[in-house]
Design a protein around this ligand. Sequence first.
Ligand code: FAD
Length: 341
Amino acid sequence: MAAPKVAVVGAGVIGLSTALCITEACPSCSVSVLSDQFSPNTTSDVAAGMLIPHTYPGTPIHVQKQWFKETFTYLFAISNSAEAPEAGIHLVSGWQVFKNPPKEETPFWSDVVLGFRPMSEAELQKFPRHQFGQAFTTLKCDCPSYLLWLEKRLKATGVQMHTRKVEDLWDLHSEYNVVVNCAGIGAHQLVGDQELFPIRGQVLEVHAPWVKNFIRDGDGFTYVYPGIQRVTLGGTREKDIWSLSPDPGTTKDIFDRCCSLEPSLQKAQDVMVKVGLRPSRPSVRLQREVFSQGGLKLAVVHNYGHGAGGFSVHRGTAKEAARLVGECIAALQGSSSRAKL
Ligand code: FAD
C-alpha cells in the first residue's frame, strides 16, 4: 500500500492536535487538515484555555484522568521550554473557592496539577463570602497563540491545510484512506449526532495586568483567569443556545460577578467580548466506524464532543485518536495484502 492518506476534518484544538499526533505515530502517512474555519475563527479561539478538567458523565474517571495527565505533562514540558511564549503556554497559580464545602474535597485531578492543597485561613480572608477553598498551580493556554503554534508545527512536517467545508464525510472516500472527524459542534450536522448539543459560553477579555492569580468560584460558573497579555472573565453556560452574538446584559453580569470575586477588576480596561459554542455530549466520541456504500468502504475515526474541557484533555484524546487511525491503517494494509494473494 502507498503512503496512507489521512484527512482530519476540523482545525480547532482537537483537529490540529490530532493531526500532530498522527504525524508522530505514523510518519509515513500523508496528512491533510480540511476545515471551513481556522484560527482565529474557531470555538477553540474563544476558550479560556485553563487546564482544569470538566467531568464527562459517560466516560470512566480513570480514562478522563489519563487524558488530563497526558495533556498536562505535554504542556508542562512546553511551558518549561523556549517555545513557551510562542506556544502561549504558562503556569498559573490561584484559588478555587466555595461558599459551602464541595461534595468532593479532593477532585480526581488533584494529583496531576501542582501543589494542590486546602487554602489557608490567611488566603481565605481575601474571599469573605467563601468558607472553603483549594489552592493549586495549573497551566493556561493563550488559545489563538497555541493554535497558530500547532499549525506551524504541522506545516513544518508537511501537513497540508485546506479551507473546505465537508458536507458529507463519504465525499472524501475517493481521496483519502482514513478520515478523522474533529468537527466540534459541526459534527451535529456533519454526522447527525443527536447526542451533541451546544452550551453557549460568553467571556470577556480585559486589560488588568496586576491580576496574577486565577480565581474560580465553586463549579467554575464565575472565573478570573489571567493570561500572558489579558485576563479572561467568565462566564455563562446556556444549553442548546446557538447564538454567537454577544449579549450586553450578560457582559455586565459577568463583569459584576467577577468584580465581586476580585474588586480591583473595577479598574480593568479595554473590555472585549467573545462567544463560543461548547460541543457537548455525555462523553467524548472517540471511536472507529466503517462507512460503506455500493461495496466501497471508508475508515472513519471520530474525536469530538469535548464540551467545556477540550483544552484540558486535548493531547490525551488526540493520542488515542491517532492510535485508532493506526488500527484503521493496519486493517487496510491487511486487506490490501490479502487482495494480492
Ligand atoms: P472547534 O474549536 O469548534 O473546532 C472545530 C473545527 O471543525 C473548526 O475548525 C470548524 O471550522 C471545523 N468544522 C466544523 N464542521 C465542519 C465541516 N462540516 N467541514 C469542515 N470543517 C468543519 N476548555 C478547557 O479545557 N478549558 C477552558 O478554560 C475552556 N474555556 C472555555 C470557555 C468558553 C467560553 C468556551 C465556549 C469553551 C471553553 N472550553 C474550555 C472548551 C473548549 O473551547 C472546547 O472543548 C474546544 O475548543 C473544542 O475544540 P474542537 O476542536 O472540538 O472544536
